[in-house]
Design a protein around this ligand. Structure first.
Ligand SMILES: [Zn+2]
Length: 908
């Protein structure tokens, strides 16, 4: 109904004119109808997406009474609102709230009674007033109670032993299950919050506590300082017998003249495990303050280790929440765990500026939040921990997103969100990883310092407000002084797909060498993508040997075909079409140039070698490179000096192993061992971080994938000793970095007694690292009897959040357990779906079928997921992607399976 909005505006103008006229000394006599009810604007249909701006909030006062020992909580919410037109109905958000009282007060009416009705499943509610109100200010008053959420979303409770804790996860749209309000990110207003809790419980929220009042029933009322303007999704609450760990404030520095009080909240008894995370916070925060050129924006910072996995970490203002495994550790924890903490913590803290201080005005631009934080986390981590080599993580992430981006059902980074059910689809690899890579490309093109100036200007301009992608581009262009970025940036964020650059080196007598390049959209074998239908503006740089030195030349590709002149007299002996891996694209070259690049890859910079690993494998998936060349290429690149290049090449070898069962699989294992073992042996004794990380990954590959018996043998014994299978448990029997691999060997080689004991110990453990390793190992069982036991443990509700999801994916992905898991999943679908955290259920369920490799299974899976559509609103995109992946896998196996198998078997 395109005219409705226009009609509403017209009504608004007329009414305003009437009032103005009435109040001024106009010669026009007051309009007689002014004492009658105004013409009320129609509230229209229930909004499935963004709320309109005819009623906007300006301030909230929320009091929650929360006792996590109960099954429900209660609340009082007052919202100051402004009406821009006369209304007797108000659309807002609220879900599962039992409203006891609802009314409105305004200057003209002390109390207008109202009714409240939830209209849509996604939490859209309608308030109907007994009398209409005039444009102007008013206050909504609501009294209600609500159940705790049972799937680690909204306000949920966690029972651990004798203790009950409450915590929150609001993003994207779960705040509406805790208080009624205008739950859109564009509404940023101050909140006054108070909590009524048991006197003994710790209770925290977004701002520092201002006052404490003792009530007479063993409860207290804590009142907190007014927040800065915030959207609803960034509030947080934690209540319960948490340990409160205080290692002192973050001291002032060059940028900030006040200390930032810093504390940790963690389940009772685990306080000590928070000190590592707290200790490293000041350093990371300072790096971010220096980058943004502005102090940490909020009054305090609490880090909350949520006692049950809710699926990651969340950048709530001043009260960041983490799964325990991401934050509970110490100096002796595994290198991988400490690295993960570093990047995740940097990610969440960078959101305090980018996301919290400056917020997207609608979910369409949530990608910018996540892309930026993904890019920033690696930059900050690299600056804080230089030996960690985090500088290539954004590139690796972007390359990792390219498979998903190669699907016909791929999503563009900036996909318009017009429905509540579609919001979660914006939180995917395209948003985080491709978006991070595209920002890195932009930074590279503009220059590091100038890009930083653009970011700083953006923060300054939009602090405490909202901004969209256009505002961001404008800030970067203006702050950096580089204006021509708009079209190139948009060509990457507003269309899906990976550009494929074909490069041909031309060397002719008497002429300088040149490169003929053409661009198309990358399409895997069997894809329905039309490669010629997309075009990008690609900032492209190539590197090559020129007159004995390494040179690079850059150009902006604007056409489908273009020529780049090289700055060299002689024909280069080697050329890389993506210098420093700075561009988000894949490349192909003719076979001899590609072979030359692989043969000389040991001298390529790590970033270029990473791109080569990806482009070579992608070329095979597209049906271009032959099986021998890709197998030989990966075997060569496994020996690249950079640890992450070697790991990426090995990762592709692992992918190649997934196509086979039984004898076929057995027949390639010796080759896989031969390819990786020499490099693994070289790593013995090396103690730089990269070598340690690579050694751990290669050990896992050799033992778990390539079934190296020599390496396996001692591990089963170590695993038995670690959990005390034959006597006292010995915690020192297995190095922390090798825990999961070692326990996996125990699960696979020591049978039921080991499995049973590990399950008991994993479930009972309060050490998240051990728990993760134990669950990861249990999920690697291939014995049908033990698979059934694992399934029973899942159905008994023993695993939550990421733990549960990890088990389901592992069991589905492994050939030996796929069918058993599939049958079980179908039989118990409703129960299992309900166990998956509500906020990512609609994404996880369809993806579970993504590891099949037959066209028939794609059809079956589609039918199954659709039969559960009512439980997973918004599932469509993930289902389309999962089934497309399955069909592409089947197409590749049909076309190239025999060749690949022969190439793998033939490698010596
Ligand atoms: Zn984030």
């Amino acid at each position: 109904m395109p005219n409705t909005r226009f009609l509403q505006s017209a009504v608004f103008i007329i009414i305003t004119a009437t009032i103005l006229t009435a109040c001024s000394e106009s010669v026009t006599p007051p309009v007689e109808q002014s004492s009658q009810a105004p013409v009320v604007a129609d509230a229209g249909e229930a909004p499935v997406g963004r709320l309109d701006k005819s009623v906007v909030p300006s301030h909230y006062r929320i009091e929650l009474r929360v006792d996590p020992r109960q099954d429900s909580f209660s609340g009082l919410t007052e919202i100051d609102v402004t009406f821009s037109e006369p209304r007797d109905q108000i659309w807002l958000h609220g879900k599962n709230l039992q409203i006891e009282e609802v009314w409105l007060s305004s200057a003209g009416a002390e109390r207008i009674e109202a009714t409240y009705e939830e209209k849509l499943e996604s939490g859209v509610a309608l308030i109907t007033l007994a009398d209409p109100v005039e444009p102007g200010n008013a206050t909504l008053h609501l009294k209600y109670s609500a159940p705790f959420n049972t799937s680690t979303n909204a306000l949920f409770k966690v029972v651990r032993g004798e203790d009950s804790y409450a915590a929150t996860q609001f993003q994207p749209i779960a705040a509406r299950q805790v208080f009624p309000g205008f739950d859109d990110p564009g509404f940023k207003v101050p909140f006054d919050l108070s909590l009524v809790t048991k006197a003994d419980d710790v209770a925290i929220t977004t701002t520092p506590e201002k006052s404490l009042e003792t009530l007479d029933d063993g409860f207290v009322r804590r009142t907190f300082e007014t927040t800065r303007p915030l959207p609803t999704y960034l509030l947080a609450f934690a209540i319960g017998p948490y340990d409160l760990v205080d290692i002192g404030s973050i001291p002032p520095n060059d940028i900030r003249d006040r200390p930032v009080p810093l504390r940790g909240l963690v389940a009772r008894g685990l306080g000590e495990r928070m000190t590592y995370a707290l200790k490293h916070t000041a350093g990371l925060l300072t790096v971010l303050e220096e980058y943004f050129g502005t102090p940490y924006p909020y009054r305090k910072l609490d880090l909350i280790a949520v006692p049950e996995s809710f699926g990651g970490a969340m950048e709530n203002v001043g009260a960041i929440t983490y799964d325990e495994g991401l934050i509970l550790m110490d100096e002796d924890s595994s290198l991988d765990q400490r690295r993960r903490y570093t990047v995740v913590h940097a990610h969440e803290m960078s959101h305090m500026w980018f996301g919290d201080l400056v917020t997207p005005d609608w979910w369409t631009d949530i990608w910018l939040n996540e892309s930026f934080a993904t890019w920033m986390m690696n930059k900050a981590a690299n600056s804080y921990w230089p030996e960690g080599e985090f500088d290539r993580r954004t590139l690796s992430g972007a390359l990792g997103a390219m498979d998903n981006d190669s699907l016909a059902a791929a999503r563009e980074i900036r996909e318009p969100i017009d429905h509540n059910d579609k919001i979660m689809s914006a939180f995917d690899g395209i948003t985080y990883r491709k978006g991070g890579g595209v920002l890195a490309m932009l930074e590279r093109y503009i220059g590091e310092e100038r890009f930083q100036k653009g970011i700083q200007l953006h923060m300054e301009r939009h602090a405490d407000g909202s901004a969209n992608a256009n505002d961001f581009i404008a800030s970067v262009a203006e702050g950096s002084g580089v204006s021509e970025i708009d079209a190139a940036f948009k060509s990457f964020i507003e269309q899906p797909g990976v550009p494929l650059i074909s490069a041909e080196v031309i060397c002719e007598e008497g002429q300088k060498p040149r490169l003929e390049v053409s661009q198309s959209r990358y399409a895997p074998l069997g894809s329905s993508i039309d490669p010629g239908a997309s075009q990008w503006l690609v900032p492209m740089c190539v590197s090559y040997d020129a007159d004995g030195a390494r040179n690079s030349t850059c150009a902006m590709l604007r056409e489908s075909k273009q020529t780049i002149q090289l700055e060299s007299d002689a024909c280069p002996s080697q050329l890389h079409p993506n210098a420093d891996g700075a561009g988000y694209y894949r490349f192909t070259m003719n076979q001899s140039w590609l072979d030359g690049l692989v043969a000389g890859s040991a001298t390529l910079p790590a970033s270029e070698a990473l791109v080569l690993v990806d482009s070579l494998y992608a070329s095979f998936l597209a049906g271009e490179a032959n099986a021998n060349s890709v197998v030989g290429g990966m075997a060569t690149l496994v020996n690249h000096p950079a640890w992450d290049v070697a790991a990426a090449a090995m990762g592709n070898l692992e992918l190649m192993s997934y196509y086979w069962d039984n004898e076929d699989l057995d027949s390639i294992l010796p080759s896989l061992r031969n390819m990786v073992k020499p490099r693994f042996d070289q790593l013995a004794g090396a103690d730089d971080e990269g070598s340690k990380l690579l050694r751990r990954r290669m050990q896992r590959f050799l033992i778990v994938i390539a079934k190296d018996q020599e390496l396996r043998r001692p591990l089963a014994e170590q695993a038995a000793a670690r959990i005390g299978l034959h006597g006292e448990a010995d915690p020192s029997a297995v190095p922390v970095d090798e825990m999961e691999t070692t326990l996996s060997v125990g699960v696979q080689d020591l049978g039921e007694p080991f499995f049973d004991l590990l399950l008991v110990q994993g479930l009972a453990s309060e050490d998240p690292a051990f728990r993760d390793a134990a669950f990861g190992a249990l999920a690697r069982t291939e014995d049908p009897v033990l698979v059934a036991k694992l399934q029973a443990a899942v159905l008994a509700g023993n695993f939550q959040g990421n733990d549960l999801v990890g088990i389901l994916f592992r069991q589905m992905a492994r050939n030996a357990t796929t069918d058993l898991t599939y049958v079980w999943l179908i039989e118990n679908d409703k129960v299992i779906i309900e166990m998956i955290p509500e906020h990512f259920r609609s994404r996880i369920v369809p993806q579970l079928g993504g590891s099949f490799c037959s066209a028939d299974k794609a059809v079956e899976w589609e039918t199954f997921v659709k039969s559960r559509a009512d439980m997973i609103p918004g599932y469509e995109r993930d289902l389309a992607q999962a089934t497309e992946s399955v069909r592409l896998c089947a197409a590749l196996k049909d076309a190239q399976g025999a060749n690949l198998l022969a190439a793998l078997q033939g490698y010596h």
